[in-house]
Structures are given as C-alpha cells and as structure tokens.
Design a protein around this ligand. Structure first.
Ligand code: PLP
Length: 385
C-alpha cells in the first residue's frame, strides 16, 4: 500500500484522500475489501505474512486504522465491532482488583456495563464529576487507581473535562487516562496531544457519519503494556469489525471534516437561537459562553464545539416528549453524529437511575439547512406549550 500524506498535510486533505491511498495491486484509489477469513501457510509451515485467520485482524482495517492514527497523532489504532467493544476492551485489559474512575454522567450503556460486568470482573469503580478537579483528586487511591476514563463533552449534559490538567494529575500517580472522544471527533480535540494514553471513538457516529455502520476504535499514544493487553482482548475475544463495514467506514470518514464543520456551526447557531425561547429553560452546549465548561472547551476544542446539544423545557417530561413528537425534520431516534438531525428524550431510553433530568431533549445536529431545523423545532416547542 502506497501512502504519501504525512501529518504536515491538514486533516481535511488527509481525510479526503485517506492519506493519499493507492492500492498496490490495482492502482485503485479506493482500497479493496478483503473478505477472506483465512490465509495461506508457507511451505515450511510458517506464516510469514503475519496473517492467519481474520478473527485476529484483517488487511481491510489497515488504511482505516492508519488514517485514525494519523488524525489523533498516535502510535497505533485498532478497529472494533462497535464503540462498546472498543471501550470495554480497555476495562477488560485491566486486572481484577484495579480501581477505575469514571464520570457520573457518561454514555449510559457504558456506565451500565461498568456497573454490571466490570464489577463482576472485580474492578473497583468510583463515579465522580470529572469536570471538577478537586472531586477527581479526592477519588484517586494511590497505587490502586489504574485508569481514569473521561468522556468530553459527555453525554448528554455535555460536561467538559480538562484533559490536560487531569492527565498531569494522573501522570503524577502513574494512572492511565482514556478519553471517549466520540463527540469531539479527532478534528476538534486531540486527547493524546494533551497527555492522554488512549482515545476511544464510537465510529458509528461522526467518523462514519451516515447511520449505516456500527463500529468502534481505539488509538494509543504509545505501545505500552496495557495496549498490548488491549490488542489481545480483540484478538482473542474476537470483537472484530466486518471488512465490508471497515471499508464503508473509510468512505464515510473521507467527508468527516465537512460534516463536523457544518454540524458544529449549525449547533452553535441553534444553541444561541434556542436560548431566546421562553419555553426553553436551559440550553446545554459547550460553545455558549454561559456554559460552565466553556473556558476549558475553548482551550481544548478547536474549530467548533461539536454538533451535540441538549435543551431543557418548561413543563417537564410530558412537554419534552410532546416536543419530540411534534417535530417533522428532526427524527425521533437514538444515536448521534449522522448527516440527519435526531431528537431524543434521554431519560426514557436510560430508564430508572438515570442522572439525566426528565425535561431534557438531546439534539444531534446534522447537515440540513439550519434555518429549517430551527423553524421545525420552534413550531414543535410552540405546539407543546
Ligand atoms: C454511541 C456511543 C458509544 C458506544 O458506541 P457504539 O458504536 O454504539 O457501540 C460510546 N460512547 C459514546 C459517547 C457514544 O455516543
């Protein structure tokens, strides 16, 4: 595989050309999909190609992982069958007994997994407001804490955590830091440059961007012992992505810079406009100067504050559910980061025990005409109040 574009080229150019990829066997500009599950042994019984069976790895991943590694400024990436498979690989690579700190408000399915499976695996968990450095400091148990898991901005309140400051603190205690950067994307924030050890993406979201692939990825800043174990978790556990999905993911990634720029710009404008509505009691968006984490967001997010925001409504849960019911352009669906805008009453999907207020609607801003999105939402808010 020939590749030309190094990190001196902008992310836009590297993405559009998938690092300048040219297929060696055909001179094609689009990489092939390798569907073979098994590979030929050498006559002397060796496997010099390094490939044996595609539960471990697949050559279709190579260009995708290289683009991600390049964008994040990392040493190596691994694709997984979903964002959850990527995230849980990090925790599964820890030894039973290890203490882990994670955010109180975070991606709900991962929190649920931690409370169930991670606990039974023997991990000790502390959930803290990672936007509060003092709370985080207090939660560290010297010698026991092995991982701080961050998500910034975090679902669905968009709490911002100061990656650089937290990594300084973690380094002093020899604690690994992993960042779920799904919402920020490698375009807006580069956690490895701020000191993080690992970055996780649900590639289902902005990386693919078209709501038609479930995929996940991890990127490491260096090949350290925990990363070696993470590789084994994928190889032996088999949470691998299908080669067809890997190829389709790369196709989606080629336009990520355009989609993220457009979504972020529209989300900021919508956040500002929605603040003017009397029926909206609060707009949660890191790009608003009134948002508590705005200063940190400004420091570690470049080129936008993402396409994700939430609104809280007068009239509680019933008004919020009614607003979602009254929208036409905004689709009532879970997930985020696609070209189409989505609206969701998070408390309903998270269920009992959720820390999310029941008057909250989560908005994933797509790339439609933002004025039409605003008109649609305002008419829904009006008819619900
Ligand atoms: C969707 C999501 C995940 C899980 O990813 P899947 O691809 O759905 O498994 C994890 N973290 C965040 C922030 C997400 O939005």
């Amino acid at each position: 595989m020939r590749q030309k574009l190094d990190h001196h080229y902008s992310a836009a150019t590297r993405l559009a050309q998938a690092l300048g990829y040219i297929d060696e066997s055909s001179d094609g500009l689009v990489p092939p999909t390798y569907s073979s599950t098994t590979y030929l042994r050498d006559e002397d019984n060796q496997y010099r190609s390094g490939r044996v069976y595609s539960r471990a790895d697949n050559p279709t991943y190579v260009p995708v992982e290289r683009v991600l590694t390049s964008l994040e400024g990392g040493a190596e990436s691994l694709l997984f069958s979903s964002g959850m498979a990527a995230a849980t690989a990090v925790f599964q690579a820890l030894q039973p007994g290890a203490h882990v700190i994670a955010p109180t408000v975070m991606y709900w399915a991962l929190r649920a997994w931690l409370l169930g499976w991670a606990k039974s695996w023997g991990l000790q968990l502390s959930f803290v407001d990672t936007g509060n450095l003092d709370a985080l400091k207090a939660a560290i148990r010297p010698t026991e804490t092995q991982l701080i898991w961050l998500e910034t901005p975090a679902n669905p309140m968009w709490t911002v955590s100061d990656i650089e400051k937290i990594c300084e603190l973690a380094k002093a205690h020899e604690i690994y830091v992993a960042v779920d950067s799904t919402v920020a994307t490698p375009l807006l924030t580069r956690p490895l440059e701020l000191g993080a050890d690992f970055v996780m993406h649900s590639a289902t979201k902005y990386l693919n961007g078209h709501s038609d692939v479930i995929a996940g990825a991890l990127v490491t800043g260096e090949i350290n012992p925990l990363w070696e174990r993470i590789r084994l978790v994928r190889k032996q556990g088999g949470a691998v992505l299908s080669p067809q999905d890997a190829n389709q993911l790369l196709r989606g990634m080629r336009t990520m810079h355009l989609r993220v720029r457009e979504s972020s710009r529209s989300a900021l404008w919508l956040a500002e406009e929605l603040q003017k509505s009397e029926s909206v009691t609060e707009v949660l968006y890191p790009g608003l100067p009134s948002f508590p984490g705005h200063d940190v967001a400004k420091k570690q997010m470049h080129g936008g504050f993402s396409g994700m925001l939430s609104i809280r409504l007068k009239g509680g849960a019933s008004a919020a559910i009614k607003v979602a019911a009254e929208t036409r352009l905004w689709k009532r669906a879970t997930s985020l980061g696609g070209v189409e805008s989505l609206i969701e009453h998070r408390a309903s999907i998270e269920g009992e025990g959720t820390p999310v207020p029941d008057d909250l609607l989560r908005l994933s801003v797509g790339i439609e005409d933002p004025r039409e999105l605003l008109i649609d939402l305002l008419q829904a808010i009006d008819s619900a109040h």
